[in-house]
Write a protein that binds this ligand. Structure first.
Ligand code: PLP
Length: 451
């Protein structure tokens, strides 16, 4: 058969596909979705447009990623220009100017001392890259026996085998076998009993970092390469670090020579009102993993920022004439992604979007905590432009109440995100006060209607 007979013509005139079965949707209840689909067909600023012509207010910046709002002209134009100039250039033993320019911009905006950027295509790849750099670094220093990683319960680090091994979300791990060997986990930092309705960082919980001492004593520091945590855990339902917790982790890592990796895939690029959570908390890790907001999600891209010394150590250890790190992706520093990244970082700077997020954060906090007393709400938490709204689960049906809230909010024109029975909000940083009102009012009204 001629291939032209096998590939059907694209889309219907309205852009609505006739067949939904072939696309195996990620992290989706495929059966429920395909019985009642929700298609987004265009986007601009704070809004999507749905296939049935409705305007949908984006309360989640897509998936925590379109921090500057949708389809921003400078980013769109940069991608268009680059696509017409040079679509792809290899970065293995070759290069193109935008890759170097973006790396320089990114390290310049990073906290002092982060001197290199390794490019990937996603948060998951950034995490696996950071774990591999940690192993290679210790080996280059003659400590190749440091092979263990310490993650955290309820942590989310993407879906690669490295990421699910150090991650702590049971559903993401349980069907995928034994995972990476030699991984241990810190306890998560959430306690409703001690932290419910905290505004910003909870007062209770810094002592949970001391569990790292116990884990180090169990395995011996000489076997541990790195500790990886999200400064604010997002995908697991918005867990804000207790005051002093990250500082304590850093001190323990220093005491035992462990690298500390902050997974900033969601906290990077202004989510807390600073470029990175590292700036917000004033705690410096050794590596920062990034993705999402790096290109405003217009082209997939991730990065690992490494602290001065890691790169130099690997370069010095490798015999001359050899590749220093046997790692990279065909699309590392893809030309379109670099063009999007450069335009995005310029846009964040020119519009002062991180500062804007910081200025909006107090009103955001008020609005979020204004939901106290709403039916089914059992906790509210916030930091920067992030909110977690925890609902009482329906007996025997965990997650079903929040899922119904998600569907009903969408029907009323607001996109929220749910994980378990927690609503997670992370709007674009261009949000206006009236959008905040619409989001909170819609959530309140929807929750009041739900059983
Ligand atoms: C903290 C964190 N790490 C890693 C990832 C994975 O990123 P990606 O889906 O781009 O692989 C995510 C995605 O939400 C994340 O929140």
């Amino acid at each position: 058969m001629d291939i032209r007979d096998k590939i059907p013509p694209s889309g219907s005139p309205a852009g609505i596909p006739n067949d939904l079965s072939a696309f195996w949707m990620p992290f989706t209840n495929n059966r429920a979705y395909k019985a009642s689909p929700r298609l987004l067909v265009s986007a601009e600023g704070m809004h999507y447009r749905s296939h049935d012509g409705r305007s949908i207010l984006d309360g989640t910046a897509g998936l925590w990623c379109t921090n500057a709002g949708h389809c921003r002209a400078p980013i769109v134009e940069a991608i268009q220009r680059q696509a017409a100039t040079m679509d792809f250039a290899p970065t293995f033993q070759m290069g193109h100017p935008l890759a170097f320019e973006l790396a320089s911009k990114l390290t310049a905006m990073a906290p002092e001392g982060f001197t290199q950027a390794f490019f990937t295509n996603s948060g998951s790849e950034s995490v696996d890259t950071a774990l591999k750099i940690a192993l290679a670094y210790h080996r280059a220093r003659g400590e190749g026996h440091r092979t263990r990683f310490i993650g955290r319960e309820r942590g989310y680090h993407g879906v690669g085998f490295g990421g699910i091994s150090v991650g702590g979300i049971v559903a993401n791990r349980k069907v995928f076998g034994p995972l990476l060997a030699g991984v241990d986990h810190l306890p998560h930092t959430y306690s409703r009993e001690h932290q419910a309705y905290s505004r910003g960082q909870p007062d209770w919980g810094a002592h949970l970092a001391d569990e790292l001492e116990r884990i180090v004593a169990l395995h011996d520091a000489s076997t541990i390469a790195a500790v990886i945590v999200e400064p604010v855990a997002g995908s697991t339902g918005v867990l804000i670090p207790p005051k002093g917790y990250l500082e304590r982790l850093r001190a323990i890592c220093d005491r035992h020579g462990l690298l500390l990796i902050f997974d900033e895939v969601i906290t990077g690029f202004g989510r807390l009102g600073t470029a990175f959570a590292t700036d917000y908390f004033g705690v410096k890790p050794d590596m920062i993993t990034l993705a999402k907001g790096l290109t405003n999600a217009a082209v997939p891209m991730g990065a690992v920022l490494t602290r001065q010394g890691l790169y130099d150590t690997l370069l010095e250890a490798a015999p001359p004439g050899t590749i220093e790190l046997f790692h990279g992706y065909t699309y590392s520093a893809h030309a379109l992604a670099c063009a999007a990244g450069i335009a995005t970082l310029d846009l964040y700077r020119d519009e002062g979007l991180f500062e804007r997020a910081a200025a909006l954060a107090p009103d955001w906090e008020e609005a979020v905590h204004g939901l106290k007393g709403t039916r089914h709400v059992i906790d509210l938490r916030n930091l920067g432009l992030i909110a977690g709204i925890e609902l009482e689960p329906r007996p025997g049906k965990p997650g079903s109440r929040a899922y119904d809230a998600f569907v009903k909010c969408y029907e009323r024109g607001v996109l929220i995100r749910v994980t378990g029975d927690i609503i997670a909000l992370s709007p674009p940083l261009i949000i206006e006060p009236e959008h905040v009102d619409t989001i909170m009012t819609t959530i309140r009204e929807v929750l009041e209607t739900l059983d």
